[in-house]
Design a protein around this ligand. Structure first.
Ligand code: BG6
Length: 475
């Protein structure tokens, strides 16, 4: 694959573009990670001149990119061009093609509503912007179930071959998510233990403190299961559970992930708890409940906890507890690998705690492994033991490295044509298939979300879900 020479951004005046894409591109420019001749063409429905778009971008950078990362901003802005476009008008694409110029080395990024994907792709193909030598990246949501996701995938596949389709799951661009692969496959010590003989269970938490934010209609139509579990959390689970790939390249890694996703056991209604927040004190302020924020009653879940199983040799009998929600106690994304107890204790009186590996993804990037150690001192009744953590705080271990947002990595990979951190069609579809099964169970059994207070860890039933197996959620 060759490096892209033009990046064409659909939805260029939208929220993702303003908050993430333009600032990330500017950061890549400042660090000279993209070649000098890369042009960026923005397009959206509103009328705007090149100068107007550059202004829009400058304001976005001033707001969303730290000042010390804004080097060479004037040069960056000069890379930007704009073309107004109504994607539902097939004839309009000719103007766009003219603005883009040579389609060889064109990378396209669709950050628009998925309802517009099909028309956009047909327009691109009609204007000669989908030929060999072009590639396309799609933002979530890729459908709302397996059927609608397959329809999107079919529409893209009609114009682009799979090796030119880059489906974004921005969690894969996060530094510690990639670090999980380094931890598992660049060290000897974990792999022999990474299986049901030695692992008791795994926990994956993606907790947020924010509420609905500005995406009322989208979120209420999606809910936490489809917004977070279907994509980000299942990708994290796949990375934890997959077999070692032969190489670190796009298809080797994705071949292993998809096997895990296909091995997910369909879950029953009593293995899932859903919740919806009501008003309460959250991060030091009183916040309204979901219904109040929404302005109407709704049965959409803002919290999910579930117990998943990967039905293969390695994970036989190891539950994966997943939970995610809005308006929880604090913002934290982490993976906890809970090892089993030692087979026989030679320290009578000591309370043994099994080893635990905690991989912190955000806000803190750290890896911590708890070991049992002897408490210093002389004790007549035998050795006193206590768990102590071996801690690696990534920012300290690698001081001087800037903290990147996921989109910097992903946009650079798109420009360079590396698909390793993008999701393949069979993965997305395996994810949807499992999620559709859960939703069908909810519909059949009339499952409704339980309430929880903003600022809590979710409904008490979620705590009970783990507790009845003798497991407590990590805090
Ligand atoms: C998005 C979801 O995909 O991920 C949002 O649509 C969520 O609802 C966001 O807030 C979380 O991303 P991050 O990077 O802040 O953990």
């Amino acid at each position: 694959t060759t490096k892209a020479k033009t990046l064409l951004l659909f939805g260029a005046t939208g929220d993702l573009s303003r908050r993430m894409l333009l600032p990330s591109l500017a950061a890549l420019h400042a660090e000279k990670l993209v070649s000098e001749d890369l042009r960026i063409v923005g397009t959206a429905r509103s009328e705007m001149t090149d100068a107007g778009f550059r202004n829009f971008a400058r304001e976005a950078l001033e707001k969303f990119l730290p000042a010390e990362r804004r080097g060479g901003m004037a040069d960056f802005l000069n890379r930007l061009h704009y073309q107004q476009l109504d994607v539902t008008d097939p004839k309009a694409f000719a103007k766009l093609a003219k603005k883009v110029g040579d389609p060889q080395g064109l990378a396209i990024f669709l950050s628009t509503a998925p309802q517009l994907f099909k028309a956009t792709i047909e327009g691109l193909a009609g204007a000669g912007l989908a030929e060999e030598g072009t590639r396309i990246s799609l933002e979530k949501p890729l459908g709302t179930d397996l059927a609608s996701s397959a329809a999107i995938n079919d529409a893209v596949a009609a114009a682009f071959t799979e090796d030119r389709i880059f489906r974004i799951d921005h969690y894969l661009g996060k530094e510690t998510v990639q670090n999980l692969l380094a931890l598992r496959f660049a060290n000897l010590m974990f792999e022999p233990l990474w299986r049901s003989q030695y692992i008791d269970h795994v926990q994956i938490t993606v907790a947020e403190t924010v509420g609905l934010e500005s995406r009322v209609d989208f979120y209420d139509g999606a809910g936490a299961l489809r917004d977070m579990v279907q994509n980000h959390m299942l990708q994290l689970l796949a990375l934890v559970a997959m077999e070692p790939p032969g190489k670190f390249d796009a298809n080797s890694v994705r071949d292993e992930k998809v096997k895990v996703l296909r091995a997910l056991r369909p879950i029953s209604a009593d293995e899932v708890v859903t919740g919806q927040y009501r008003g309460g004190a959250s991060t030091g302020q009183i916040v309204p409940g979901y219904d109040e924020e929404l302005g109407r009653d709704s049965d959409t879940e803002t919290f999910v906890a579930l117990k998943a199983h990967v039905d293969n040799w390695r994970w036989r009998g190891v539950p994966f507890y997943l939970r995610t929600g809005k308006r929880l106690t604090r913002r934290v994304t982490e993976i906890v690998v809970q090892f089993k107890a030692v087979p026989h204790s030679i320290f009578p009186g000591a309370r043994m705690m099994p080893n635990q590996l905690v991989i912190g993804i955000q806000p803190e990037e750290n890896i911590s492994f708890t070991l049992m150690a002897k408490v210093p001192g002389i004790d007549q009744d035998g050795m006193v033991l206590r768990p102590v953590p071996l801690n690696i705080a990534m920012p300290d271990a690698f001081s001087g490295k800037v903290k990147r947002v996921a989109y910097e990595r992903l946009l650079l990979d798109l420009i360079e044509g590396d698909q390793t951190l993008f999701v393949r069609r069979d993965e997305v579809e395996a994810q949807w298939q499992w999620i559709d099964g859960i939703r069908a169970t909810w519909a059949r059994e009339g499952v409704l979300p339980k309430t929880y207070n903003a600022g809590s860890w979710g409904p008490s039933a979620a705590i009970a879900l783990a507790e009845r197996d003798g497991v407590s959620w990590h805090e």
